[in-house]
Design a protein around this ligand. Structure first.
Ligand SMILES: *Cc1c(COP(=O)(O)O)cnc(C)c1O
Length: 491
């Protein structure tokens, strides 16, 4: 199947590309994104025929349904990476936590956050394509904490790929920083930037716009690609686990085949939610997708009013930092799917030029058939973490935002699956604040040990080993010196 563009075609780029072209070169005409030309229709037959299959078999069937131009052996090599998750048979287990509420834990991969679910196989596929084409790629990443470790882990020592990852020095947790600076691979460069996440992101944008930088890359025959969730190569793997949620509920005898369910997704850049939306469109019985946000409530506002307004808005730094966002990239794909390329281009032009776009009442009604949304704050999250701890379930602050959506938005008597996007070990100081009912600032190591002791929770080896690991990357520099530093690294 081919891929087309969310903002229409500019007459210069080709109007349709293959899957591998879309993932190597993810930016489409007018700054748009690539989307599948059609969505395969799966329906209940597909669900039924996968009830007794493994997660990998399900993922394989889904990739096949999209008819992507990736060889059998490259697909299998990518999917085999799920074998390294805690349970190779079931990389993202679904369990019951209330009478009608289930949680899918998406953090059982190497970096303990849900980014692994897609970045692990995606990294393998991207590098297979680069190898087959005999091309070299530089992946640039700016991270606030979870994407960086997952991208470094998946691309480490991959042929044809180099990664330069920028993080705000002092702006991540200890665990997140150690996951990056201890990652060992000749093809990896990790750079701390004096500044915050906005500075890291601005630095990345400057690099992408710099002619001298492009000239240097060209001299070495290196092309640029991106590993953020605008890349459809990540989205395709994020459809699989939503179908898995549904299958698990059928398998566990909690629903009958065909019965509808809710999905509850803690959202930032909307990649996770978009995967659920595509699953719904492809015929999986999903009543609605409930979008949970933190105090950065831009998605709540948009879904409830049809107005996406970031004029004069400043990002609020919360205890669920992976959801701190103003411009959520993947809503563009939903806009395209619901309203077409002309309208999407209008919306995105308005957003870029006026920092606001607005749906008509009719369009809003269409959007609200698919999504509902609510937001909550850190003190609510703390309470939820506490309440669940009383029942013996450890939850991270991103996951906790889902409960607000469960309480307020579920207006039918249907079962719901919420997504747990990070293990408690990645945000242990916040979890310890909830446990101790205090506001102390704990170091990660101390918080991990205290929680582990008090709750009898296991700290996985991937996390405990970080505190003994050798630091491989100690570069911390000013924004102005980044270009030079990366050029030194690639040549
Ligand atoms: C990335 C991330 C999110 C947000 O996911 P999106 O797909 O960007 O909406 C939520 N929680 C955690 C822990 C994350 O790392």
């Amino acid at each position: 199947m081919n891929f087309i563009e969310t903002r229409g075609n500019d007459g210069i780029k080709s109007s349709e590309v293959t899957f591998s072209e879309a993932i190597l070169n993810p930016s489409a005409s007018f700054g748009g994104l690539y989307v599948p030309k059609d969505l395969p229709n799966l329906g209940l037959d597909f669900v039924e025929s996968h009830i007794s299959k493994t997660y990998k078999e399900l993922a394989y069937s889904l990739l096949k349904a999209f008819e992507i131009d990736i060889s059998e052996s490259d697909i299998n090599e990518a999917l085999d990476l799920y074998d390294a998750f805690d349970d190779a048979q079931n990389p993202c287990p679904v369990q019951k936590i209330k009478k009608d509420l289930f949680v899918q834990e998406q953090y059982h991969g190497p970096t303990r956050a849900f980014k692994d679910m897609a970045l692990q196989p995606f990294g393998s596929i991207l590098s297979s394509i680069a190898k087959a084409k005999n091309e070299k790629y530089l992946i640039l990443a700016a991270t606030s904490g979870d994407t960086g470790p997952a991208a470094l882990n998946t691309f480490k020592n991959k042929e044809g790929i180099q990664v330069a990852c920028m993080y705000p020095s002092g702006g991540t947790s200890d665990v997140q920083r150690l996951q990056m600076v201890c990652e060992d691979g000749d093809n990896l460069k990790v750079i701390g930037i004096e500044g915050n996440f906005d500075d890291a992101q601005a630095a990345l944008k400057n690099l992408l716009a710099s002619q001298s930088f492009k000239d240097e890359l060209e001299k070495d025959g290196i092309k640029l690609s991106a590993a953020n969730s605008v890349n459809f190569g990540r989205i395709i793997f994020q459809i699989v686990y939503h179908i898995h949620s549904y299958i698990e509920l059928v398998k566990q005898d909690e629903i009958k085949l065909g019965e509808k369910i809710y999905l509850i997704v803690p959202s930032g850049n909307f990649g996770n939610a978009l995967g659920g939306y595509y699953a719904k469109k492809m015929g999986i019985p999903i009543e609605k997708i409930l979008i949970a946000s933190n105090e950065n409530n831009i998605l709540t506002q948009w879904i409830n009013t049809g107005i996406y307004d970031i004029r004069g808005k400043e990002l609020i730094l919360t205890k669920s930092p992976a959801m701190d966002i103003l411009k959520s990239s993947n809503i563009e794909r939903v806009l395209y799917d619901l309203f077409g390329d002309k309208r999407t281009k209008e919306f995105m032009t308005d957003l870029n030029e006026k920092e606001i776009f607005q749906l008509t009442p009719d369009e809003l009604a269409v959007l609200q058939k698919e999504f509902s949304a609510v937001n909550s704050d850190d003190s609510y999250g703390k309470e939820i973490i506490q309440n669940f701890l009383d029942d013996g379930y450890l939850m991270d602050p991103h996951t906790a935002t889902c409960l607000k959506a469960y309480e307020e938005l579920k207006d039918q008597d249907l079962k719901a699956v919420m997504y747990s996007t990070a293990e408690w070990t990645k945000f242990s100081p916040t979890v310890l604040n909830a446990l101790n009912k205090d506001d102390n600032s704990y170091a990660d190591k101390e918080a991990l040990e205290q929680i582990s002791h008090k709750c009898g929770a296991l700290i996985p080896a991937q996390i405990s080993a970080l505190f003994e690991a050798k630091i491989k990357h100690d570069t911390v520099i000013d924004k102005a010196d980044i270009e030079e530093e990366i050029i030194k690294f690639i040549s």
